[in-house]
Write a protein that binds this ligand. Sequence first.
Ligand code: HEM
Ligand code: HEM
Length: 146
Amino acid sequence: MNTRRPSRLSRWQEWSVYISCGLLIVSGIGWLIFDKWVHIAGEYGSEHHPLQHTTLILHGVAAYAFLIVAGTIIPVHIGLGWTLRRNRKSGMTFASICIVLALTALGLYYVGNEVLRDWASVVHWVVGLAALPALVLHAISGRRFE
Ligand code: HEM
Ligand code: HEM
């Protein structure tokens, strides 16, 4: 039987991370493209494209899924990796990115002040763009323990 080391994610967890994180990144970048470059002509001038809102709904759904999956990997994956001192630097980097994203997302929902919300938005998507390389580096650097 093909068994996996306990420090590895189970197959469903590994794929759930890739799919939910991939969806987060694609929908986040989609929103940015619509916001910066794709507008439509409305009755009173340039307006947001209706699909921009769709990307945000997709993003919100993916965010719920990703945070649930991330929660399931804390006890074994992170706990064991940390104790065995394996892949700590890239793991901490990716985990910190996730925490900043979750906190700035709360800012996007609840901060009333417009200037602060704009800052939360910029920090959120700039850090969000770093999530893909950080996850890829983390997964690849984990291979050296095979
Ligand atoms: C301090 C935090 C973390 C540590 C110490 C850590 C440790 C590790 C280790 C040791 C591996 C290689 C596993 C092996 O081959 O035995 C790995 C791979 C991986 N980690 Fe992490 N990790 C951390 C955080 C995270 C987070 C937050 C996620 C995603 C939410 C994540 C997702 C993955 C994925 C997708 C892989 C590649 C698949 C695998 O080898 O299981 N890790 N990590
Ligand atoms: C832990 C991961 C993440 C969580 C929990 C999260 C959550 C959220 C939430 C709740 C919103 C606000 C939705 C709304 O206003 O209805 C949002 C907006 C956004 N997210 Fe994420 N997100 C994450 C990762 C990412 C990533 C990886 C990107 C990649 C670029 C990204 C880009 C964006 C963008 C561009 C917005 C719109 C900003 C604005 O309204 O000004 N997010 N995110």
